[in-house]
Design a protein around this ligand. Structure first.
Ligand code: PEP
Ligand code: MN
Length: 253
């Protein structure tokens, strides 16, 4: 079974927590030939007392995954929040993620191109939740000027603050379409873009209807026990249904 052509779909937990947490996610994605898995070692958290990620200890888990899944079949997506973190994740991540809070961390953006090698398929740049599309595109230009080819950039819309949405965040589809018009690959993150699991699949389907390049969805083998963003995590059953019904069924469209 093949995925949609040109699909850049990413699934996985908010944060890498343990081997027993990530292995069932890897197995599910591998069964469905989905390559990109979220394996975030470093988490930018609003609350300084909350889980900050496993940090470099998480590399042991990535090494263990490599014993079962080759780097062609399962590719890691990791966020860097600083230059030090970029050094740590660059050799492991097929997709280097720059998160919403660092969209205007210009020194970090400038450094990405220098750190990239053949094994880094893409840089994923999220839009800050209060940034304009113009600012987002200027940040993308920091990447290209630093040496990242434009075709290796994925822009990710992850929703903006909202005073009217019941969850405090709303998905800005027009921003995603505008970024697409500027010639970038664009995906949507309906997990942070809704903050609540019950809205994630409808928003992901809306993203697909817009014919963008893919989605990034948070899931967890046991959502209630997720150490971060538990309310928005899909279960693996829900994730599998979405993959079967929405991704595979549109494979020939
Ligand atoms: C994430 O995707 O792990 C994340 C922290 O999201 P954002 O930067 O959009 O808040
Ligand atoms: Mn999250």
């Amino acid at each position: 079974m093949e995925n949609r052509a040109n699909s850049l779909n990413i699934f996985g937990p908010c944060a890498l927590e343990s081997y027993s947490q990530i292995e069932p996610v890897a197995a599910l994605l591998s069964r469905h030939k989905i390559k990109y898995i979220r394996t975030q070692l470093f988490k930018p958290r609003t609350n300084p007392d909350s889980f900050q990620g496993l940090g470099i200890d998480g590399l042991e888990i990535l090494k263990k995954l490599r014993e079962t899944y080759s780097s062609d079949d399962l590719k890691f997506v990791c966020e860097a929040c600083s230059l030090d973190q970029l050094d740590i994740i660059a050799p492991w991540a097929a997709i280097i993620q720059i998160g919403a809070r660092n969209m205007q961390n210009f020194e970090l953006l400038k450094a990405v191109g220098k750190k990239m090698s053949e094994q880094n398929d893409y840089v994923l740049l999220k839009r800050g939740f209060a940034n304009t599309v113009e600012e987002w595109l200027e940040s993308a230009r920091y990447l290209t000027q630093g040496g990242v080819p434009k075709e290796k950039i994925i822009l990710c819309e992850r929703g903006t603050r909202s005073v009217t949405s019941p969850t405090g965040v709303q998905m800005d589809f027009i921003a995603a379409l505008a970024a697409k018009k500027a010639g970038y690959k664009v995906i949507l993150d309906p997990s942070h873009g809704s903050k609540k699991a019950e809205y994630v699949i409808p928003l992901a389907n809306a993203s697909l209807a817009l014919k963008l390049d893919g989605v990034m969805v948070e899931c967890h083998p046991n959502p209630k026990e997720s150490v971060s963003d538990a309310a928005q995590a899909l279960s693996l059953n829900e994730t599998e249904l979405f993959i079967q019904e929405s991704l595979h069924s549109t494979a020939n469209n």
